[in-house]
Ligand binder design. Structure first.
Ligand code: SF4
Length: 240
């Protein structure tokens, strides 16, 4: 019988050959052909980017979509761009990663008790997936969540991540409405009891970090809070 971890590997193997969104397929491949001058000559990944980390992790981090010259180039989520540097530094400071940098799939990065995925697995133009693309990709998220019943805390990076997670719950009939769960940096709630606690953060996009809307300390504090929630006995006793 296949374990959830094996099933997650199978899911990720299926995911990387997905071509369900024509606009995103063209975009991800075009980026790989045009390339950025700094990476000219590199073989871009230019495929859907699967989740990464510890499949048995109790912390799940939900981003938005791969970066054009980050994950879409390297093939690993939040790897090879400024957003990733920002995120993994905070995860390392909070003890969820063995190193602060994330440069390539072969850089030795390991996550401890944490897994990262995204509601959209292909790079969208201008970092803005269309509503139908988010909907088309949602079954992958739904399946990932079902294969990680041990998750106790979900850090949602941005409104789309929160909305996507709540939509999975709504599709399953676990919640009636998403309205009571408003996005705000630092907000936390438990949409379903028993179920994972959700902790919201601004996304570490360059737009947010260069304007200091999200600082390194703010993101570090989010993951320290996540660690604190994971240590609480009532969180341990909850099943998804
Ligand atoms: Fe497939 Fe998701 Fe990529 Fe659309 S965004 S092509 S559903 S992996």
């Amino acid at each position: 019988m296949k374990t959830p971890t094996t099933k997650l590997t199978v899911l990720n193997d299926q995911l990387v050959s997905c071509r369900l969104c024509p606009r995103l397929v063209s975009h991800r491949e075009a980026i790989g052909e045009i390339q950025r001058r700094a990476y000219r000559g590199e073989q871009y990944w230019s495929k859907p980017v699967p989740g990464f980390g510890d499949p048995k992790g109790r912390l799940l981090i939900l981003g938005l979509a791969p970066g054009a010259h980050g994950a879409n180039r390297t093939g690993r989520i939040f790897t090879g761009d400024r957003s990733g540097e920002f995120l993994y530094r905070a995860l390392h400071q909070a003890g969820f990663a063995n190193q602060p940098h994330s440069i390539s799939r072969k850089d030795g990065l390991q996550l401890f008790d944490a897994y990262i995925t995204s509601p959209v697995h292909c790079v969208p133009p201008d970092n803005k997936p269309l509503r139908e693309e988010i909907l088309t990709c949602r079954p992958y998220l739904s399946r990932e969540l079902a294969l990680m019943p041990q998750v106790r805390v979900i850090v949602v990076l941005g409104r789309i991540a929160l909305d996507s997670y709540l939509s999975v719950l709504q599709d399953k009939g676990s919640i009636k409405s998403r309205a009571p769960f408003r996005f705000a940096h630092g907000a936390s709630f438990r949409p379903v009891t028993p179920g994972p606690l959700v902790l919201a953060s601004y996304h570490p996009s360059q737009q947010n970090t260069s304007t200091k809307k999200l600082t390194a300390n703010m993101l570090r504090e989010i993951f320290e809070q996540a660690r604190h929630f994971l240590a609480e006995p009532d969180v341990y006793s909850i099943s998804a």
